[in-house]
Structure formats: C-alpha cells, structure tokens
Design a protein around this ligand. Sequence first.
Ligand code: HAM
Length: 413
Amino acid sequence: MSAIQKIKGFADLFPEDSRAFTRMEDAARDIFGRYGFGELRIPVLERTELFAKGIGEDTDVVGKEMYTFTDRGGRSLTMRPEATAGALRAAIEAGAVEPGKATRLYAFGPMFRYERPQKGRMRQFHQIDAELLGSPEPHADVEVILMLRDYLEELGIGELAFELNSLGCRNCRPDYRAALTAYFEKLDAQQLCEDCRRRMHTNPLRVLDCKVPGCKALVADAPAIGQHLCGDCRSHFDAVLRLLDSSGLAYALNPRLVRGLDYYQRTTFEVTSGAIGAQTAVAGGGRYDGLVQLLGGPDAPGVGFACGMERLAMLMEKPEAKRPDFFLAVTDAREGGGAVDAAVLLAHKLRARQLVGECDYSAGSMKSRLRHAGRIKARKCYIIGPEEFDSGTVTIKDMDGGGQIQIERAAFD
Ligand code: HAM
C-alpha cells in the first residue's frame, strides 16, 4: 500500500526549516513589542461573508482563490486567505477599536489561497501580520513602515526595495475610476481577459492588478492615480513621504502599486526582493480607512502589513540548531543490567539543571555512541558502561577538548 501524501501546495516543516519560522516569530515579538504591539491569536476559519465583504468580490483572492466549504450546520465558511479581515472582526467584536485610540495588534499563522503553486507561492503559506487601528495620522503609516524595516533588518535581510503609492480615498477614487474606465473603453476591450471586461466597469482598479499577460500589457499606459488625488490625500501622502525621507528609509514611488485587495485607501506599500524568483513581494500593506466600518465597527481608520514567512525564510540565513550540552551513551549491554534505566533517570536530572540533551534507550558499542555524539555536535558525551554502572559513576567526555572525568551519579541528585 502506498503511503498517503500531503496536498499539493502544502508543506511539512521539519526542525531544520521550522527553526527559521521560530526565529521570525521571536524577532516579531521583540521588534513589534518595542512599538507597543500585542499578540492576537485568531481562528483559521471565518464566515465567508467576512472576506467577501472585506477583501472584495472582484479580487482574485475572493473570486478565485478561497478555500470555501459548507459545514455540517449549513454555514458557508472559509479558511482565511489573509489576516486583516479576521483581526478587524476580532477587534470589533471585542470592542477594542475606538476612533482616536490606537490599538496595535500582530498575529502569525497559516493562510490559504488556491493559487498555482510555484517557488515562493504556496496554497498554505504563513504570514506575520501587524495592524494599527484607530489612527488617521500619516505618522501611523510611517511607524508601521519603519517597524517593518526594523523587523527585516533584525532578520538580517538586506537588498530589499520599498515601493510606495497612494490610492486616494472615497472622495477622489470615483474620479480616478472614471478615468480608468474611459481609458479601457477606448482600447479594444476584446484584448482584456473575461474577468477584466467585467471589472473595467465594476472595479477598474482590479484590471491594473490582473496577472493575465494580455491585461498586463494593456494597462502599461493607463492613467495613474497621482493626478487624481484630492487635497487631503495629497497632503497625507506628502507627510508620509516627508517623514520617511527624514527617517533615512530608501523607497521608490510606484504609481502602479494597487495591491490585490479592495480595502486599501491612501498609502500602500510593498517590499520586494530580486533574490527569490518570480514571486518578489516579501511584504505588503497599507492604509484601509473605512474597512472597520464596512465590517460593522465604528468609523475607525487602520493601517498594517503582512510578511510572507516562506519568502522571508528564502532570504534569511538558516539558523543553526543549538548544540546539545550532552549525549548520554549506554555501553553496558549486560542482560537486565539496568544501565539504560540509570541513563534515563540521570538524563532527567541533567535536564532539571537546564542542560539540553538526549540519551540512549539501548546499549551499543562505544565507537558508534561517540560517533553519534559527534554527529549531533554534543558538547559532552556522558557514558555509562559496565564499570560505571557497577560503581555508581558516569564518565564525562569533553567532545571539544577530548579530556574525560569520572564522577558519581549521586552528584546529580
Ligand atoms: P498580501 O500582499 O496579499 O497582503 O500578502 C502579504 C504577503 O504574503 C505577500 O507579500 C507575500 O509575501 C505573502 N504571500 C501572499 N500570498 C502568498 C502565497 N500564495 N504563497 C506564499 N506567500 C504568499 C495581505 O495579505 C494583507 N492582509 C496585508 C495587510 C495587512 N494589509 C494591511 N494589513
């Protein structure tokens, strides 16, 4: 019988890989904690309407990529494709969002999108997500972007490009949408994909984000939002850029940066790397004023970002495993000798002294035991052979210096 295999686009992470994930989580707790963010843990499953409403029906994420099913109670549920909608749902439900009061939250975890798997693109992937709710000021955008920069720096990831844009607000967006629709109407609409022929009327910004090559080529000369920003959006964006300039962060303006989710208003940003193949975005985010209200909460603004952990892992140096303090080897193979029992009890006492290590469950030759201790890079090899067992001692061999001592096992009681 052949063994059951994992689902396409899903991955198993063994210790060599999950060490990088632990490092990313530890660094997030450290850096985000310095900015006053607290950890939020939210469910993987949410009602489908949360994402349909929050992310937008016309987006690829909602229209084509969600894992949606009906549960045994007849409810339509979806495995979260991102964390923002769920984080806001949780904060609204708990009464934690108030206009004028900053609420700072971050979350880690698996997200699910039915995309075509390739290098850096999975169907189950992991995000580190941060959301700052309640502050309309450009300073909030800047703090969030600087926190992301500090975080990536902490992970030792260099050579990243920060790109920024402003998508305007509900006052100036209609004007821009009209300009976009007029532009697409002048083109030969047959050249657009079927979805975009519809979107050019319902949600023309989505055409700018379409991944179909024909659509990509057609949007090259489309009008940019920059000329359509209202006074408030212009001054908000100018303030963000001015502060970022003073912070020393190097960034580029990208008028084509519309992001793949409908909730963005004003500032959007993305961090890309040329070193991870075709999927270059390692993090993305922006301001989403209006989303809290759309999801039934108060009129509180918000800004945040998410990093793709698999993509960060590709850019990070692989963290080394911590060297174990000991390997406890048993070389006393006498029938009923009890040396393995003694080893397990001694190892337990060593761990109570904060030492890290593993022990044998059966006796073997000294040569094979020392070889194993070397392979796992143990600092010391503790040996219980026939002589040690009978005399109530243990030999401790220093695997770096080579010296050894023999001491009483009772010394560890
Ligand atoms: P997003 O740009 O859709 O934004 O995703 C953020 C990051 O998740 C991407 O930059 C990428 O690194 C990673 N990612 C996305 N899809 C995949 C995939 N299929 N495989 C591997 N990695 C992937 C959001 O999700 C927003 N919720 C970010 C946000 C938070 N905006 C405001 N607050």
